[in-house]
Design a protein around this ligand. Structure first.
Ligand code: SF4
Ligand code: SF4
Length: 268
C-alpha cells in the first residue's frame, strides 16, 4: 500500500532515487531476488499497459495476474498484482492503479486492498527513521530492490549505523557519503540483505512467520551452532544469519566483518 498522507518524515515510498513496494507484497515470496522481481514487475506492467482505465478491466487483469502468482510467505501481507514500474525507464516501483499513474481514475479498489487503505497506510519505518537516516538509505541504495529491503528494517539500519559509529568514533551522516568509496562500501554492507539464501527469514528483518503467518521475533541460536555469540549479533539477527534460515552463520559473520572493515578504511 503506497502511503500517501502527510507525516513528519517525508514518505519513504518514493524518494529522490529509490522506491519501495514492500507493503504491496513485493518481497512476499520465497524467491524475491532482484532478477526474479524485475521479471514479475515487467510482466505486470506489460499486462496493464494497454488496458482501458476502467475498474472492470483492472479487476479482471488483477485476478488473472494473482492466479499466476506464488503462495506468499506471510499470508497476512497481501501480494498486490497492481504493483509495477511507474516510469518509462522501469527503475521506479509503484502503484499502477494510482491516479497519478493512470492519468485520472483511481483504480486502487481493484487491487489487494482498497483506495482508502492504500492511501492512508504508512509503514512503521515512518515512525522510527529520522529524515537524515531516510536520506542516507535512499542515497546509498538508490534503486527499487535493495532500498525496500533496507528501509523497512529499522533495526538493521540502526545496527549498521551503530557499528559504523563505533568504528568512526562518531555518528556517520549523509554528508560523509561524499568521501571517496564510502557510499560503495556502505552499499556493499547493506547488500547482505540481497545475498541470503532463497527463502531466508532474514530478508524480512529480525522476524519469522509463525504457524498463522504472523511475524514473530527470532534470535540466533548460537548454542545450537556450538559457539559463542557474535560481536555483530544485532546485524546478524536482522539478516537471518542463522543455519535455520538456510544461511551459514560463520560465513556471513565473516562477510559482515570484511564489509565493515572496508567501510572503516574510508570512514572519516
Ligand atoms: S492498489 Fe496495490 S499496488 Fe496500489 S497501493 Fe494498493 S496495494 Fe499497492
Ligand atoms: S513499506 Fe513503507 S516505504 Fe515501502 S511502500 Fe509501504 S509505506 Fe512506503
Amino acid at each position: 500500500m503506497q502511503g500517501r498522507h502527510r507525516a513528519p518524515l517525508k514518505p519513504l515510498c518514493q524518494r529522490r532515487v529509490s522506491s519501495c513496494g514492500a507493503c504491496c507484497g513485493l518481497y512476499n515470496s520465497v524467491d524475491h531476488s532482484a532478477p526474479t522481481l524485475r521479471r514479475l514487475l515487467d510482466r505486470r506492467t506489460d499486462a496493464l499497459a494497454g488496458l482501458p482505465r476502467t475498474p472492470e478491466a483492472f479487476r479482471a487483469a488483477a485476478s488473472r495476474l494473482s492466479a499466476e502468482g506464488e503462495e506468499p510467505v506471510f499470508p497476512s501481507v497481501r501480494v498486490c498484482p497492481l504493483l509495477g514500474w511507474v516510469d518509462q525507464a522501469r527503475k521506479r516501483v509503484g502503484c499502477l492503479a494510482h491516479p497519478a499513474v493512470t492519468g485520472g481514475p483511481d483504480l486502487r479498489d481493484c487491487g489487494a486492498y482498497d483506495a482508502l487503505i492504500c492511501g492512508s497506510f504508512l509503514c512503521p519505518s515512518h515512525a522510527w527513521l529520522t529524515e537524515e537516516e531516510a536520506e542516507l538509505v535512499d542515497e546509498v541504495c538508490g534503486d527499487a530492490h535493495l532500498y525496500g529491503l533496507v528501509v523497512t528494517d529499522v533495526p538493521f539500519v540502526r545496527a549498521v549505523l551503530a557499528a559504523l559509529a563505533s568504528l568512526a568514533g562518531g555518528r556517520v551522516e549523509k554528508r560523509h557519503l561524499a568521501r571517496p568509496g564510502l557510499r560503495e562500501a556502505l552499499r556493499d554492507l547493506f547488500a547482505l540483505k540481497e545475498e541470503l539464501e532463497p527463502g531466508s527469514e532474514g530478508l524480512f528483518g529480525a522476524f519469522r512467520p509463525d504457524a498463522q503467518g504472523e511475524p514473530v521475533p527470532r534470535r540466533i541460536d548460537y548454542e545450537a551452532a556450538g559457539r559463542e555469540s557474535s560481536p555483530f549479533d544485532a546485524i546478524l539477527t536482522c539478516i537471518g544469519a542463522d543455519p535455520r534460515s538456510g544461511n551459514d552463520l560463520d560465513r556471513i559473520e565473516g562477510e559482515v566483518r570484511r564489509r565493515l572493515a572496508a567501510c572503516a578504511r574510508v570512514l572519516p
